[in-house]
Design a protein around this ligand. Structure first.
Ligand code: PNS
Length: 172
């Protein structure tokens, strides 16, 4: 079978998401992606209609701080519009997504197939979340924090501090 010509920049993979906020689950996917790819591009969706806890620039700053140890192998960007257009812009044809439970499958398969339908060169690769991260999501972590629960086991320490500050701000 003729092999497809490698696209320049194909050693990088895009990890898209809302990251509102970054969790230990995301960090695990980032680390594991870096064991396969040279570079990971964290693509934060800029979704002005969606009510988020952190602004895109706050999320960017938190992710940069938490991934500093990986140096230039982690690039943090935001995007709006179609993910495949962003992929073309950054010249990467790999999308990474984490899969926790089977309940993630329908949504993830729909997105992967739609992205493939829009841009046939794109490939979505799924990494199965580690067992101890399989119940963590940004939305559940936010909910627990807003209800006064301790989220320190589920998010990096800087994120925990930032979430607690936001919760205090909201209560004022
Ligand atoms: O972490 P999330 O919120 O589940 O991430 C969802 C994300 C950002 C990957 C998804 O909403 C997305 O790619 N949005 C961009 C719009 C797009 O390209 N839509 C068509 C493919 S479904």
């Amino acid at each position: 079978m003729a092999s497809k010509k490698k696209q320049s920049g194909s050693q990088s993979a895009i990890f898209p998401g809302s990251f509102d906020p970054l969790t230990n689950g995301h960090l695990d996917i980032i680390e594991r992606t870096l064991s396969i790819f040279d570079k990971i591009i964290l693509a934060i969706l800029n979704h002005p209609e969606k009510r988020s806890l952190f602004s895109v620039s706050e999320r960017e700053a938190l992710i940069r701080a938490e991934t500093k140890r990986f140096g230039r192998r982690v690039v943090v960007k935001s995007f709006s519009g179609l993910l495949v257009d962003f992929a073309k812009e950054v010249r990467s044809n790999v999308i990474i997504r984490g899969l926790r439970a089977i309940s993630d499958y329908d949504y993830e398969a729909q997105m992967a197939l739609m992205n493939k339908g829009l841009y046939s060169d794109i490939e979505t690769l799924f990494l199965i979340a580690r067992e101890d991260n399989s119940y963590i999501s940004s939305s559940i972590v936010k909910q627990v924090a807003l209800l006064g629960g301790d989220i320190s086991k589920f998010v990096p320490s800087e994120v925990n501090r930032a979430v607690r500050a936001k919760v205090r701000e909201r209560k004022r």
